[in-house]
Design a protein around this ligand. Structure first.
Ligand SMILES: [Zn+2]
Length: 243
């Protein structure tokens, strides 16, 4: 598909190209809002999961510590009981056995006490971790609230701008000759703003293909010409140089 048999105003195509670029930019701005919100919501979900995990870990550590403390209490009671039994030992041998049991329990209790102290340290660390996670979540939620109003404002602004650019588009499209409308609409549908391209130097501003002198001459005479390589409707600008 190349040369349609009609002439066209390059300034009209140039205006249309500018308008379509604006539309692309506006649509990107409009689509960015929901994407940002989605990312923000995902980040909040991740923070919530991290907070729940920190909560569970802390709870587990506290339960393990409670268990150790209970165990220590029981063993300490056993030492007290054994000490009481020392006086009632029936024999020297029994007395020695009690003594050995007491020594073994006291040693085990020492180890257990150290473990409990370590568990306290761990609980303190995990409590801080949980506080950190909760603060992070709160920050994220605050950020999301301000992002939401920022996005809403930006979208409203972009939509107003979109309406005015759409009006401009309708007006510019009315300048197209009737026999160019179909090709133009089809190219815009399939290629968007890349359906229109300026001639830069002696090449297509869209795909970079270089044109033959006769093509350039015909462009100079305002012929309607599509780039043979990418199909874009071509227009001349101040940067188009014809030898
Ligand atoms: Zn091209």
């Amino acid at each position: 598909m190349s040369d349609a048999p009609h002439k066209i105003s390059h300034s009209t195509i140039s205006s249309l190209h500018r308008i379509h670029k604006q539309l692309t930019e506006l649509n990107n701005r409009i689509n960015r809002g929901p994407r940002q919100m989605k990312a923000s919501i995902a980040a909040i979900e991740a923070c919530k999961a991290a907070e729940a995990e920190a909560q569970a870990t802390l709870k587990q550590a506290k339960m393990a510590c409670d268990k150790k403390q209970l165990q220590l209490k029981e063993r300490e009671q056993r030492v007290i009981d054994l000490k009481g039994k020392l006086n009632t030992a029936a024999s020297n041998r029994e007395f020695q056995t009690f003594k050995e049991q007491i020594a073994a329990d006291e040693q085990a209790n020492g180890v257990l006490s150290d473990e409990i102290l370590e568990a306290f340290d761990q609980i303190e660390r995990l409590t801080q971790e949980l506080q950190h996670r909760s603060a992070e979540l709160k920050q994220r939620e605050d950020d999301q609230a301000s992002l939401q109003s920022e996005v809403d404002a930006r979208m409203a602004e972009a939509n107003v701008e979109l309406q005015s650019v759409m009006a401009e588009l309708t007006e510019a499209e009315q300048q197209l000759p009737d026999d160019a409308v179909d090709i133009y609409q089809r190219l815009i549908r399939s290629q968007g703003e890349d359906g229109l391209a300026p001639v830069e130097g002696q090449s297509c501003g869209n795909c970079g293909a270089t044109f033959a002198p006769q093509t350039l001459n015909r462009l100079m005479l305002s012929h309607f010409i599509c780039c043979p390589t990418c199909g874009a409707i071509l227009y001349m600008t101040a940067d188009s140089s014809i030898e």
